[in-house]
Design a protein around this ligand. Sequence first.
Ligand SMILES: Cc1ncc(C[n+]2csc(CCOP(=O)(O)OP(=O)(O)O)c2C)c(N)n1
Length: 579
Amino acid sequence: MSGNEAIAKGAYDAGVGFAAGYPGTPSTEILENIAKRYIDIYAEWSPNEKVALEAASGASMAGARALASMKHVGLNLAADPLMTLSYTGVNGGLVIITADDPGIHSSQNEQDNRHYARFAKIPLLEPSDSQEAYDFTRLAFEISERFDTPVILRTTTRISHSKSLVSIKKPKRLNKETAIPNNIEKFVMIPSYARERHRIIETRLKRLQNFSDRFRYNRYENKKGKIGIITSGVAYQYVKEVCRDIPVLKLSMTYPLPVNLIKKFAKGFKKLYVVEELDPFLENEIKALGINVIGKENIPSSGELNPDIIEEALFGKRKRTKKNNLKLPVRTPIMCAGCPYLGIFHTLKKLGLFVAGDIGCYTLAALSPYNAIDSTLCMGAGICQAFGMEKVLKEEERKKLVAVIGDSTFLHSGITGLMDIVYNKGITTVIILDNSTTAMTGRQDHPSSGFTLKGEETKEVNIAEICSALGVERVRHINPFNLSEIENVILEEINQKQPSVIISKSPCVLLKHKTNFQRQPSLIVDLSLCNGCMACLKIGCPALERIEKDNLSLVAINTMLCNGCGLCINLCSIGAISS
Ligand SMILES: Cc1ncc(C[n+]2csc(CCOP(=O)(O)OP(=O)(O)O)c2C)c(N)n1
């Protein structure tokens, strides 16, 4: 199983009744697996991670075991409920899965979410392989109920996506009934009750620390030698690959730490290393115990670790492998052939506007050959950044910017930004790229896609009506394959003295099964007409390929990729492209 599959199975075998999340690499497959394989668990894509955790906490309050799953940055949204959920505690076990992304394979940052456990004063488990992902998911629910606390299970990309053998244990059949709770001192966090709950948290932390000392997955494997290593998570695997015989203290519950176990292990070594990915989370805690360790002075605190890095850090050289000097060609990520975004970004670049971008497939438009996005921060930020700029720019400059956001991102966290523009008398133009899916993370459904996580048909939230309801009077629709229409509408809207929304609705080209999208026959270039001007390449469609013929550089169309959208025909002034 992959780590994510193991977590889904672990949740099922733990008797989970409710699972919610929002897609995000590397966490997405957890909920997809639950929805596909363990159909008696209620499972949903929530509009965002805050909603997912809050809904899961409701299910827990009613007595069900509940899980909320998200990528690392998702926990930033869910941090508000998380901090106070630590106070209320749980009824049914409540587990939050955060899948961190060291190396930033597919994220906007590589924050280390272990800090959230310490910040919220709740237990943290870090599996090192799929077996532990399975075991720890089950244990997390036990710990949650035993200590009346939410628990964080933290994976990283390599744990989530690597596969290893998992031996399955007997599933837990819960005999706990769900019921409406009646305990306002525990669940109503007004100051008088919250003060008391804070005291309870501090006692709980001490009990958890004792538990951590006895937790059998916090263990050391031998103690003989001059060098010792303390490690956790995927770093444990790299350490074992590099030095099988060196004593290792493997930590699995990394908050609160097993203080006594660490002190016991630390005795007698000449050198004690802490090997961990990203921040000196363990290192600082261990140093605070007065134990002298070597950590980030040797081991990088950004990017992923691997056995080679660890070998060099511990021994000053690589013994096992030679440096690989293979130079691979750089392949920048590009949009798909026929993507409905191509014409929009081609036009935005042509108009020379500042484009406050957001997070989704469209973020790729920041790169060559599109070069059409000027800022990207976090989901939902683009609308607000454009608005903030607008408020401080000179009158003439205000017309030179737009915000671009996808449908899933708009529903996730774009709505409040648009509300701000309307409420505070802005004039920003917002372009919503509605492709009926969350394409970037693998085409998951969302509240306006018409389907639930389980594939059932449902109501489609109407994005245009949301915009109107927020008070936007100018809501325009454009056909993303009509370049002149795109240009005219954008020019009209940026010149308005009021907010406007332009909705470009056309399904993602990879969404054929859910829409009535019809692939058109591929286009062709008449090479006897093509004069090699390369104007068509400006659209950035990967189906258009530069070829050499009779010592001339011309353009041909890769018929395997082209879906006949026709955008490039608009750019060929000599009519060399046809169907
Ligand atoms: C807080 C947060 N949650 C999840 C993600 C992962 N993620 C990246 S883009 C994206 C949404 C993309 O959907 P949409 O806005 O519709 O654009 P599309 O990819 O379809 O063009 C998601 C969920 C993230 N980056 N940040």
